[in-house]
Design a protein around this ligand. Structure first.
Ligand code: FRU
Length: 486
């Protein structure tokens, strides 16, 4: 086990702010050093949102998994990130893996997976609670589960708590120990005698990958959505194009029948290159999602590792469920990032071309009335490099291409998007992290671009025939503020 010196690590983080490197993002959570991944422990206590995330403070490998922690009241001003939870004993010596957060009697509590391997490399996983202390460290407390249940491998992790009818349950990512390992989730109920395994909710997906990670069980009115991250699904023409997926099925969870009833097909939560392991906070009727901008087992695709840091979290997104589909919108608090003095109105009629100079960080809203056009290209131009969002109205396919970038991974992502007359986009363009929301959140795509040169990008909209009308707005966005919070 590495030596985790919270004070020294926190001081090093504080001295790394504000970020200097031109690939560091301004309004995406990240760290000055080390590798971050899954958002963890999301909860709201005493007027503050608590955001934890997986972190290796010692390098850019998937090792030494700890939890970092920030607080915010508004998703714009944040406390300086700190180390909150780290390996200390035989249970979690190989990682404090992902888990959730909740509030009990005013305290922020966390529920996480302890990961340990013995000398032979045999893994054990246990699920443990902890409480955030005034000094910013999590005190480790009781175990809910000491080990994984019979019939499943030790890949049991990422507990997420939910309540139904006043009772508390957890959903846990798991792998059934079968000839062909099978990804699934397990549901447990809290009883006086401890946490009782109710079983796997039945579904109609069949064999669906060899492992499911990071489940969330959400309630939207009458409906339930089971979010999870399956591993082992082959790519298809218009979906499942990343190595691993993050998505959901929506339906009705029957705890008595232990089934997801009348559920939708599996739908992805994001169509970009860099999105995984999302976690959702349910607070005052809102569903606020953070995702990890990154992908397991693809670390070499991200050139910031040469600078000693890697990955970001997405912006907070607010989810709504309509007709079996989850819509994602940027959290409304993010409007406060708009710098009102640096804004441009985008307006044109009967045009095949529109250009605008972006800012160091930008938000772009575009309503495109297609008119005679069949294809539209929205290009982010970085000198000779470019990333292109191409929409074909005939095939109803949106394609994102990083083929013309030099650094980082390249390739295409394409998905079906129905735009009849109006194509609507909302883009958040940070230094390297880009999030694009399509058709008012019907789809969203997160991806990194690592421009070779320190260039503020230009935006170009071109079409194969005159567009009836383009209207929109462009804002410079302020950076997140990190500092002391009351
Ligand atoms: C998902 C994941 C989780 C695990 C964590 C470890 O990215 O593999 O299943 O708890 O990362 O960092």
């Amino acid at each position: 086990m590495e030596h985790f010196d919270k004070q020294a690590i926190d001081a090093k983080v504080a001295s790394g702010l504000p970020y200097q490197h031109r690939w560091h993002n301004r309004f995406h959570l990240e760290m000055p050093f080390g590798l971050i991944n899954d958002p963890n422990g999301l909860c709201y206590a005493n007027g503050e949102y608590h955001i934890f995330y997986q972190w290796n403070p010692f390098g850019c490998e998937h090792k030494n998994k700890s939890w970092a922690h920030v607080r915010t009241r508004d998703f714009v001003h944040y406390s300086v990130p700190e180390l909150a939870l780290w390996p200390t004993d035989e249970h979690d010596k190989d990682g404090c893996y992902s888990g959730c957060g909740f509030v009990a009697e005013g305290n922020v509590r966390v529920f996480y997976t302890c990961n340990a391997k013995d000398a032979q490399g045999v893994r054990t996983s246990s699920q443990r609670f902890g409480t955030l202390q005034a000094d910013g460290a999590v005190k480790k407390e009781e175990f809910a589960l000491q080990t994984h249940p019979a019939g499943y491998t030790a890949h049991c992790r990422d507990p997420y708590l939910f309540t139904r009818h006043g009772r508390r349950y957890m959903v846990l990512g798991a792998q059934a120990d079968e000839a062909e390992p099978r990804g699934t989730v397990l549901i447990y109920e809290e009883t006086e005698a401890g946490w009782q395994l109710l079983g796997e909710p039945a579904h109609r997906l069949g064999q669906f990958g060899y492992m499911w990670e990071c489940p969330n069980l959400l309630q939207f009115g009458q409906y339930d959505a089971l979010l999870f991250c399956p591993q082992g699904l082959p790519p298809r023409e218009f979906d499942r194009q990343n190595l691993y997926q993050a998505g959901y099925i929506a339906g009705h969870l029957s705890l008595d029948g232990m089934a997801m009833l009348q559920h939708t097909k599996f739908q992805e939560l994001d169509r970009g290159f860099d999105f995984y392991a999302p976690q959702v906070l349910q607070h005052e009727g809102r569903h606020i999602l953070f995702g990890w901008m990154g992908m397991p087992d693809c670390d070499a695709d991200y050139p910031t590792r040469e600078q000693g840091w890697q990955y970001s979290l997405t912006l907070p997104r607010e989810l709504t469920l309509r007709q079996g589909h989850i819509y994602s919108q940027p959290a409304r608090e993010l409007k406060a990032l708009r710098i009102q003095q640096q804004t441009q109105t985008l307006q044109a009629k009967n045009t095949q071309r529109l250009e605008a100079d972006l800012y160091t960080g930008s938000e772009v809203l575009l309503n495109i009335r297609l008119g005679q056009a069949h294809t539209v290209d929205l290009t982010l131009r970085y000198g000779l490099e470019k990333t292109v969002l191409h929409y074909d109205r005939h095939t109803q396919v949106m394609r994102i291409s990083r083929e013309d970038m030099h650094a980082g991974a390249r390739g295409l992502r394409q998905f079906q998007l129905y735009a009849d007359e109006m194509l609507t986009l909302q883009l958040f363009i940070d230094r390297t992290a880009v999030e694009a929301f399509f058709q008012h959140g019907e789809e969203v795509a997160s991806f990194f671009v690592f421009p070779d040169k320190d260039i503020v990008p230009g935006l170009e909209l071109t079409a194969d025939a005159p567009l009836a009308e383009v209207s929109g707005q462009l804002w410079a966005l302020d950076a997140f503020h990190y500092g002391k919070m009351g």
